[in-house]
Design a protein around this ligand. Structure first.
Ligand SMILES: Nc1ncnc2c1ncn2[C@@H]1O[C@H](COP(=O)(O)OP(=O)(O)O)[C@@H](O)[C@H]1O
Ligand SMILES: [Mg+2]
Length: 510
């Protein structure tokens, strides 16, 4: 070992040795040569500081994601993976041995062992997996308006529709319910609504209906409804104490970016609301990976972006880390980028002038290194290699290190249809979530109401409904259960609405 190598080894060893538990990432590379046994690790404690995995297509981003997810699972941390291209199901199967993998791991100084991980497949569409859903009322008027891209007047109308349902205890479960309520507040219920909450114009409702249709065309009606996902189900460990890797298959979501950002925001808000405050702990509660993350931001409106930024900032204190996987760091909005504590930068390609410009920009954003010409290494790195820098346990950036990344221990390819079927058959979540429910909610109630005498007062009717169902069925009806849960959820939701800094709407409405 020459002097430069010795200095490098010392710097990396010092920079990447941690007191608490950590996840092995790989070993350091100097002047294009792996330095054996000089390991690069990420401390578990810092995973809630979020991260970025970037690089050109085919440079190894998804495999890096796979490897880190494995390390977290092994450490007993549950993981949620947004599998946009559908190439991460292989986590559930043991990997195939290869001479090159052994060679890689000899440098790293850790034996490679083919391993299958505990995986739950989740879905937003018709793909195989446990269905993930949320009710409209959980979603709340503010997020819904942001997603639909409504103006202030239309947003006010949505707020009135929600308030009307809250006050009358009409459960808002799916899009059908929401449409029924909108129709009601400009139709049969117009006078009552105007008196209590203010005027809602037919043209506002018309505009909202059109935007709803757009969202529905992206498949949103499958997402809104019951049974809504209990985010605690994402925190399971297997019998060996390994964290479940919950994989959401979103292969068909690339053409529906609006639905994707809707879903992500809803999920993050729900997690934020449900998870207790953790502060700084030794390990994260959950780490979320978003592959092809540019899809989340591409079509998002300014208002939506600011919601995403806010929630990413806040969710840290719940012990939740979010990792974005994307080609260029500039795919991520600056406000999000500046919050990311760990960066894994794979190779970039310099084909065009624009490429060269972004390479320059990327290299300038890394700390100055005495070991590398960053812009040169950036274009020369091999597959499964990356520049890494992260926050250590004290929150101080570690030295930038060109890293030979470990290979995933699970399969670097997808599961076969047979394997997927088998996984689904043994899934506890599929059993829980894959039954269609259409409980009595706003749509049914309002339809029934129309058929009844018009002079009936709304409150009276809900009461009537309660007593008749009770007397015929004795036990607590689904309607009552839904009503109870929807009421408590609305109260909690109000809190989140406040945290998200959007309570302004409430006061404007009156
Ligand atoms: N850490 C790694 N160990 C071994 N092979 C890797 C590693 N990372 C990437 N590869 C190889 O490179 C290919 C492309 O990697 P992938 O992660 O799919 O790239 P990206 O997501 O950046 O497009 C993989 O199929 C695999 O053969
Ligand atoms: Mg990929």
């Amino acid at each position: 070992m020459n002097g430069k190598q010795a200095k490098f080894s010392e710097a990396i060893t010092n920079g990447y040795t941690f007191k608490g538990d950590s996840v092995l990432l790989g070993c350091g590379i100097l002047d294009g040569t792996p330095v054996d046994g000089i390991q690069v690790k990420a401390p578990l404690k810092m995973f809630n500081r979020h991260g970025l995995i970037s690089g050109a297509t085919g440079t190894g981003k998804t495999k890096t994601l796979q490897g880190i997810a494995e390390g977290l699972s092994d450490a007993g941390v549950p993981v949620l993976v947004m599998d946009i291209k559908g190439d991460l199901s292989g986590l559930a199967a043991a990997g195939n041995p290869h001479l090159k993998i052994d060679e890689r791991h000899k440098h790293i100084g850790a034996a490679w062992k083919a391993t299958a991980f505990p995986v739950e497949l989740l879905t937003l569409s018709d793909e195989p997996g446990a269905r993930m859903r949320a009710t409209i009322s959980e979603f709340g008027p503010v997020l819904l308006s942001k997603i639909l891209g409504l103006n202030d007047t239309q947003e006010g109308a949505v707020a009135i529709a929600f308030k009307f349902c809250d006050d009358n205890a009409y459960p808002l479960l799916d899009i059908k319910d929401f449409r029924a309520v909108l129709q009601h507040i400009i139709g049969a219920g117009k006078d009552e609504v105007q008196q209590k909450y203010g005027l809602v114009s037919t043209s506002s409702v018309g505009a909202i209906m059109r935007k709803l249709l757009e969202l529905e065309q992206q498949g949103a009606s499958r997402f809104f409804g019951e049974l809504s996902t209990d985010v605690d189900d994402l925190l399971r460990l297997d019998s060996n104490g390994r964290g479940y890797i919950n994989t959401i298959r979103l292969a068909d979501m690339q053409s529906t970016p609006k639905l994707f950002s809707t879903f992500m925001l809803c999920l993050l808000a729900e997690i934020y609301e449900k998870f207790p405050e953790k502060g700084d702990t030794d390990r994260p509660e959950l780490v979320i990976f978003i592959d092809e993350a540019h899809l989340l931001f591409d079509e998002a409106s300014k208002a939506l972006l600011s919601q995403i930024e806010t929630i990413i900032k806040l969710i840290r204190s719940k012990g939740v880390g979010i990792f974005f996987c994307t080609q260029l760091p500039t795919d991520i909005p600056d406000a999000v980028l500046s919050q990311l504590g760990m960066k894994v930068q794979h190779a970039l390609r310099a084909f065009t002038a624009k490429d060269r410009k972004s390479i320059k920009q990327v290299s300038e954003n890394y700390p100055i290194s005495e070991f590398y010409h960053i812009d040169q290494v950036l274009t020369q790195m091999g597959t499964g290699e990356a520049f890494i820098t992260l926050l250590n346990e004290k929150g101080i950036p570690s030295p930038l290190v060109h890293t030979l990344l470990k290979a995933p221990a699970s399969r670097m390819d997808v599961l076969t249809d047979e394997e997927i079927k088998k996984l689904i058959r043994s899934s506890a979540l599929v059993t829980k979530y894959n039954t269609d429910i259409d409980r009595e909610s706003a749509y049914e109630i309002l339809t029934a109401k129309l058929q009844k005498s018009a002079k009936d007062d709304a409150a009276l009717q809900v009461e009537e409904k309660r007593t008749t169902t009770r007397s015929t069925r004795q036990t607590k009806t689904t309607f009552e259960k839904v009503m109870a849960s929807s009421v408590t959820r609305t109260i909690v939701r109000e809190v989140t609405r406040g945290i998200l800094g959007v309570l302004g709407i409430k006061s404007r409405r009156r």
